[in-house]
Each structure stands twice: as structure tokens, then as C-alpha cells.
Design a protein around this ligand. Structure first.
Ligand code: ADP
Ligand code: F6P
Length: 528
């Protein structure tokens, strides 16, 4: 396994994201720590453990202040500190305007092309600007503390304005930014008032390198720059923009997961026992088990999935009692009305479907309406005959990759929305258009009818492909590209500059032993 820190060349890595990797919560039994669900945290915690830098994020937990020092700093993971977490405090008004407001009611729906949920409020936009400035200052403080010329890595749509602001404060710092969600075409940004798209794009052009999951998102970004910032020179085919005498490079780096950790979790004795128990309960004697795992988010196509299941049991009565679906759906952004509506819609539809088709000894949909720890997730993934990912739009979708990694018995089929970043990468999944309910039902039927040899062939191919591009390959590709840019070696101006993860089969055991645990653990001390 490559030592990725060599690409940092002695520089400290300072990472900025909105969501923190460890959140302390006060409960009846004292303070406990949990890892919030979501692709960003799942992917970046294992990478930060390797680089021992500093992660700056919003301190969102109810007991976060009690578990950090007076500067908001603490060592994490809590029981075996490997890097520093610097928490930034936000009050209710900040959360309302910046996080729930502009980030999640304007940018999130626009980037996912779901404009029916788009809302713009001037005061939210103003709050987003001031909170971005506050985070830029916190990162700047951490760069001073680190000394030397650190590397700053900004994450996601919460901080589009940070790179330009940070460059103003610290012109020499190397800044790069990973955009975890789709980047929209110009027609979407045009729905924002004049001046806002321009400010967002100028903010992002403060980076030295901007990273996306797919070519499509990177080209959409350049299309927006062409449209809204005519003074910026876009070298379209070489994926660069020239602004204020600087070159901003773009790269395509599809994110991944800690494949070895998921494999190990799925192979553990506990998982083995849990997966056998699940199969005994839901999949014995030729019956089949399907699963889905998501945050309750309107981008995930959960109502569409439920309608397809209804259609399936309606049109194929022979599958009643023979096919059960476990839907793991954790509450998310519950302060926002579209998320509250989605939650009650999903709960109501599951109830209706279960009443319509259920019997005394069969419940068609088993709803797990909570955050599930990683060990249990791995056993659910392992037990399943199919995993259904029906996102209407999704930057990557890590659940698809977690399912493939955990399928150590290689019998499951991945039914995957064509509108995920994962669909552009993973071959041998059954692709669906999530807006076509009959086609989803058809794909489930195809998966259930597929013979074991074909299922194994497909799963084996997906597993081989996934082992070649783990989260560590992703990290290495990005850090290597940054090192190249820091050295001033920008490489040839090819037609399209792709930074795919290196094609090395990682068949050696993955070094670190701590899996991506989201376990709740009781927290006794104020400091790790
Ligand atoms: P997003 O980033 O939009 O949430 P992804 O599929 O990329 O979507 O990532 C979701 C991450 O959150 C995965 O690592 C998944 O395991 C985790 N997750 C989703 N739902 C749950 C849940 N109910 N319990 C625990 N983890 C979850
Ligand atoms: O991966 C996209 C993303 O928005 C992450 O930035 C975020 O951590 C995750 O989804 C979960 O959302 P939230 O942080 O709003 O709970």
C-alpha cells in the first residue's frame, strides 16, 4: 500500500467540510460519539487517518463543546486519535441561513436538477457569504498553526466561496476542492438571481485544482464559466481556466470506499452469523431478499422505488411471500419541509403496501428507519440477493460500492440508477431509469430470475473492478495530481485530462484495522 503522505512532501493537509467526522451527543447515559451518515464522511475519515492532518468542520453535536478544547480542537477518532478535528461553532441563525437555507434549499436541488424544491432567499445568500468567510478564516488560522506552506482541501457545495477568500488571506497556500455532488449545466445556475452564479464560480476559481466525479460534471462547470464569466479564458478541451494570471485545473476523480474494510466487516464472525440469520428469515427455500440503504433524501428516488415494488407485487402475485425488501432509510435534514414531507410519504406508502400485500407470516417491506452501524450494514449487504439504488440524481452513490464490496458470497445483483456517478463507472450492474416505474419493476424481476452463474459472473467482475479503485487509490490520484501542480509540472494539454485512479490491483491486505465504524460509543472523558 502506497504511503500517500509522500505526496504532501512534509506539508500539513488541512481539510474543510461542513459535516464533521465525529459528533458528540448528550444522551440519558452520558455523552456518546457517532459518525454522521453520508458519503463525504464515510470516504474522508479513512483518508484523514492516513495523513494525520487537521479537519475543520461545523461542530454540530449537542455535546461538541464539552468534548473539545477552548479552540474547538480535539484528537479523533476518539479512542485512537490519528488527526485533529477543529470545530467551528454556528448559531441557529447561521444554520438556518447557510446550511438549511442557501446550501440545502438552493444549491442542493439545483445541482440535482430537482428545481421543484429550489428556494432562494436573499438573506440566506448573505448568510452563506458570511459563513464562508468565517470558515475561510478558521482554515487560515489552522494554516498558521501548521506552519510551512500547508495544502488546503475544501469539500463540497457548502463552501463555494471559500477558495477565493482563502487565496486573498493566504496567496501561497495550495488550494483544491472536491465537489461531491453533480455540477449542473448553465440553465440551472441561471435560476439564481444575477450576480449569484458569478460569485459562486469566482469563488471556485480561487482553487488551484477542482475535482469532480465525472467528465460530465467537469464539463458542466466549464460550460457555466463560459456562460457567466466571459472574461475568464476557458481551455475547454484541456480542462483548464485562466483567471487573473493563474491557471485553474480541473480533474476527474471518481470517489470510492475503503473496500478492504467493508470486506473484512462482511467476513467477520458476527456478520457471518447475522447474514445467515437474515437469509434464514427472509431468503430460505428459494425466497429472495432485496435491500436499499439511503439517507431519507428526495434525490434518492425512494417514493419511485416503493411504487415500483407495489407494481411488482401487483403484476407478479407469485412473488408475494417470496420476495422481501429491507429498506434502510435514515432521517436526514429533518428541519426542512421537503424532507419532512418525504419522510411521511415514505412511512405512509410502506404502511399501505404492507397492508395491501402482507399476510400473517409475511411483511413485504421491512423498514429500518434509523442510522445503522457499519457492521450491521455490511451483514445486510452480504445477505441480500439484490440491492436497489434508484437515485433521481446522485454525484456518485457509495452505497452501490459498499454493497459490491460486502458481497463476499458473490450472489447478489446490483440494480443501479443510470443517473448516479457510479453508473458511469461500474459495469455489470442492471441499469434503470428511476422515473420509469415499470422498468424498475422489470429490472427487479430480471434480477430475481437471473441464474446463479450469471449473478456470480457479474458480481465477480464488479468486485475485481472495485478493488482496482479504492478510496486510497482515489486519494493517491488526487494528492499525486496536486504534487505535480505544486511542482509546476502541469503535464501535456491533452484533449481531455482524466485523473483516473491508478490501475493497480490491491490484493495485499489493507493495512489499517479500524473499519468505518458508525457505532455509538459511550464517551466518558472530556478529551481523548
Ligand atoms: P449521500 O452522500 O448522498 O448520503 P452516498 O450513497 O454516496 O449518498 O453515501 C451514503 C453513505 O451514508 C454511505 O456510506 C452509507 O453507508 C451511509 N448511510 C446511508 N444510510 C445509512 C443508514 N441508514 N445508516 C448508516 N449509514 C447510512
Ligand atoms: O455527499 C453529499 C453530502 O451533502 C455531504 O456533503 C454530506 O455530508 C452528506 O451528503 C449528508 O448530508 P448532511 O451533511 O447535510 O447531513
Amino acid at each position: 500500500m502506497t504511503d500517500v503522505t509522500r505526496y504532501l512532501d512534509g506539508r500539513t493537509l488541512i481539510l474543510l467540510s461542513n459535516r464533521e467526522p465525529y459528533e458528540h451527543l448528550a444522551g440519558p447515559e452520558g455523552i456518546h460519539v457517532r459518525q454522521p451518515p453520508g458519503g463525504l464522511v464515510s470516504a474522508l475519515d479513512p483518508t484523514m487517518r492516513r495523513t494525520s492532518g487537521t479537519w475543520v468542520a461545523w461542530g454540530s453535536g449537542s455535546a461538541d463543546r464539552q468534548t473539545a478544547d477552548s479552540h474547538g480542537r480535539l484528537g479523533v477518532p476518539p479512542f485512537e486519535p490519528a488527526y485533529t478535528l477543529r470545530r467551528v461553532w454556528l448559531d441557529e441563525g447561521d444554520i438556518e441561513g447557510y446550511y438549511l437555507g442557501f446550501a440545502n434549499s438552493a444549491l442542493w436541488p439545483l445541482c440535482h436538477l430537482l428545481i421543484q424544491h429550489f428556494e432562494f432567499h436573499q438573506e440566506h445568500w448573505e448568510c452563506y457569504q458570511s459563513i464562508n468567510a468565517r470558515f475561510a478564516t478558521a482554515v487560515y488560522e489552522e494554516t498558521l498553526r501548521a506552519g510551512g506552506v500547508p495544502q488546503v482541501w475544501v469539500q463540497d457545495y457548502h463552501f463555494a466561496l471559500v477558495p477565493a477568500e482563502l487565496r486573498r488571506l493566504a496567496p501561497d497556500v495550495f488550494i483544491h476542492h472536491f465537489w461531491h455532488i453533480p455540477f449542473p449545466p448553465p440553465d440551472m445556475l441561471r435560476l439564481l438571481p444575477t450576480g449569484v452564479p458569478e460569485a459562486l464560480l469566482r469563488g471556485l476559481l480561487g482553487n488551484d485544482l477542482l475535482e469532480f466525479h465525472t467528465d460530465r460534471y467537469a464539463h458542466n462547470f466549464l460550460g457555466c464559466v463560459r456562460e457567466f464569466l466571459p472574461d475568464v479564458q476557458v481551455r475547454g478541451e484541456s480542462m483548464r481556466a485562466l483567471v487573473d494570471g493563474r491557471t485553474v485545473s480541473l480533474g476527474v476523480f471518481p470517489i470510492s470506499i475503503d473496500v478492504g474494510a467493508f470486506e473484512r466487516l462482511a467476513l467477520s464472525e458476527d456478520s457471518d452469523a447475522r447474514a445467515s440469520a437474515l437469509r434464514h428469515r427472509y431468503a430460505r427455500g428459494g425466497r429472495a431478499l432485496g435491500i436499499s440503504v439511503d439517507r431519507l433524501d428526495y434525490t434518492k428516488g425512494i417514493p419511485e422505488r416503493l411504487r415500483a415494488l407495489d407494481r411488482l407485487w401487483n403484476d407478479s402475485p407469485e412473488l408475494r411471500g417470496r420476495f422481501t425488501m429491507i429498506v434502510v432509510a435514515t432521517p436526514s435534514r429533518t428541519e426542512l419541509l421537503p424532507y419532512q414531507n418525504l419522510e411521511s410519504d415514505v412511512l405512509g406508502t410502506v404502511r399501505e403496501i404492507n397492508q395491501k400485500y402482507g399476510t400473517d407470516d409475511w411483511e413485504p417491506i421491512v423498514l429500518v428507519h434509523e442510522n445503522v452501524h457499519a457492521e450491521l450494514l455490511a451483514s445486510i449487504y452480504r445477505a441480500a440477493d439484490l440491492c436497489l439504488v434508484s437515485s433521481l440524481q446522485d454525484g456518485m452513490n457509495l452505497v452501490a460500492k459498499e454493497f459490491v464490496a460486502s458481497q463476499v458470497d458473490e450472489h447478489g445483483v446490483l440494480v443501479l440508477s443510470q443517473f448516479t456517478g457510479a453508473a458511469e463507472e461500474i459495469e455489470e450492474a442492471l441499469l434503470i431509469n428511476p422515473f420509469d416505474i415499470a422498468a424498475i419493476a422489470g429490472a427487479i424481476r430480471t434480477a430475481l430470475e437471473m441464474d446463479l452463474a450469471e449473478r456470480r459472473r457479474r458480481m465477480r467482475a464488479m468486485r475485481t473492478q472495485l478493488r482496482r479503485s479504492t478510496i486510497f487509490d482515489w486519494l493517491e490520484a488526487i494528492l499525486a495530481r496536486c504534487a505535480e501542480l505544486m511542482d509546476g509540472n502541469r503535464g501535456p494539454e491533452t484533449d481531455i485530462e482524466r485523473d483516473r485512479s491508478p490501475a493497480v490491483i490491491v490484493d495485499a491486505p489493507v493495512e489499517h484495522t479500524a473499519g468505518p465504524s458508525r457505532d455509538r460509543a459511550t464517551w466518558g472523558n472530556a478529551h481523548p
